[in-house]
Design a protein around this ligand. Structure first.
Ligand SMILES: NC(=O)c1ccc[n+]([C@@H]2O[C@H](COP(=O)([O-])OP(=O)(O)OC[C@H]3O[C@@H](n4cnc5c(N)ncnc54)[C@H](OP(=O)(O)O)[C@@H]3O)[C@@H](O)[C@H]2O)c1
Length: 326
């Protein structure tokens, strides 16, 4: 089968197409013919061993994924496709089923085929979604869900989402609405209409207005794009409020302070998404409460170009790779 592989940590160009062996499903796994996958920030950060996040984080990345070179040669953490074969004990899926899901840190989705356990984060594809749309659901949704859960959101609370137009941000706006909070979304001018259409109650164009200076306060501030900081926005948090971070070693250290800072708390995502979570998101898609935002689609062979675009940190929503030759 064709797959995008990389044998050393480095820039986007370390990735190349190669013929590799097609995987064979174990008794509790399904073999999926992948139709679409994505290039996301997790792929990019892992491919360069989190070099930009500092020495400590880079070292931890190498301990997890391979000290000198990556142990897993194929990136790609989310996908949509068709079941090609099933293991002997698989009950939930059958050959021909259309599915979508996430492999997370196991990666492997930048390929024509993949094996996934039936109990992993895999579900039947919502019928109204294309493979491209379904492939782009999980990464943003799972990251946003994991962050939002840290805040124990209550109906009617106010949340400001900074970076509302990225993969995690577009998911965050929709999920914060699902938790029945009052959502203020912050993004640049070109994305204002998009985030409104996702359900934001109010929008702020950060090129025109600094939300930290307008006097408004929120129960929760979700920095969905890692471009703000607790220090800069703590004045916009209500007493007892939470700042939700998506990354940053400093945020992790601040989150470890059990009593918070000045009656306000930094929270860092800690839970791993589960099968239950993909079923929750599928339910929201089926009832029209969730959609994946797609910026661009590239064929698998253009993975380097797609990656370079993701690394501009300016994509709106998600970047998809189409895989199957139809
Ligand atoms: N995706 C993952 O798997 C993953 C996993 C762990 C952690 N993270 C971290 O989570 C964060 C978000 O990831 P993502 O994939 O959602 O990001 P993303 O999709 O790459 O974010 C792109 C968006 O960020 C906005 N943006 C760029 N610069 C900005 C700024 N200075 N202020 C506000 N918004 C800005 C742009 O929209 P505008 O033009 O509207 O500003 C663009 O739409 C990153 O820090 C990433 O490292 C991601």
């Amino acid at each position: 089968m064709r797959a995008v592989v990389y044998d050393r940590y480095g820039p986007p160009a370390v990735q190349r197409l190669e013929e590799v062996a097609r995987p064979v499903p174990k008794h509790d796994e399904v073999l999926i013919k992948i139709h679409a996958t994505t290039v996301n920030r997790l792929d990019c950060a892992t491919r360069e061993a989190n070099r930009r996040s500092g020495l400590a984080v880079s070292l931890i990345t190498r301990i997890v994924f391979g000290i000198r070179r990556p142990r897993r040669r194929i990136l790609g953490s989310e996908l949509a496709g068709v079941i090609e074969a099933v293991g002997a004990t698989v009950n939930e899926f059958a050959v021909g089923d259309h599915v979508f899901g996430a492999t997370g840190l196991r990666f492997g989705a930048h390929a024509e085929f993949i094996c996934i356990g039936e109990n992993a984060r895999l579900a039947h594809k919502p019928s109204a979604m294309s493979f491209e749309q379904a492939a782009a659901v999980c990464d943003g949704a799972f990251n946003a869900l994991s962050c939002l859960r840290q805040a124990h959101l209550q109906k009617g609370q106010t949340i400001l989402i900074y970076g509302a137009s990225g993969s995690i941000g577009t998911a965050g706006v929709q999920l914060a609405r699902y938790f029945e909070t009052d959502v203020t979304a912050v993004c640049s001018t070109k994305n204002l209409e998009l985030v409104k259409s996702l359900g934001a109650d109010a929008v702020i164009d950060y090129t025109q207005e600094d939300f930290t200076k307008n006097g408004a306060t929120y129960d929760v501030i979700f920095d969905a794009v890692g471009k703000h900081s607790f220090r800069r926005c703590r004045g916009s948090l209500k007493r007892g409020g939470s700042y939700l971070a998506t990354d940053g070693f400093r945020n992790l250290l601040l989150a470890l302070r059990p009593w918070g800072i000045g009656h306000k708390k930094v929270r860092f995502p800690s839970s791993m998404p589960t099968k239950k979570d993909i079923l929750l998101i599928k339910g929201l898609i089926d009832t029209g409460k969730y959609r994946a935002v797609i910026d661009r689609c590239y064929p698998l062979e253009d993975v380097v170009e797609a990656t370079k675009y993701v690394e501009t940190e300016q994509k709106t929503g998600n970047v998809v790779l189409t895989v199957a030759r139809r």
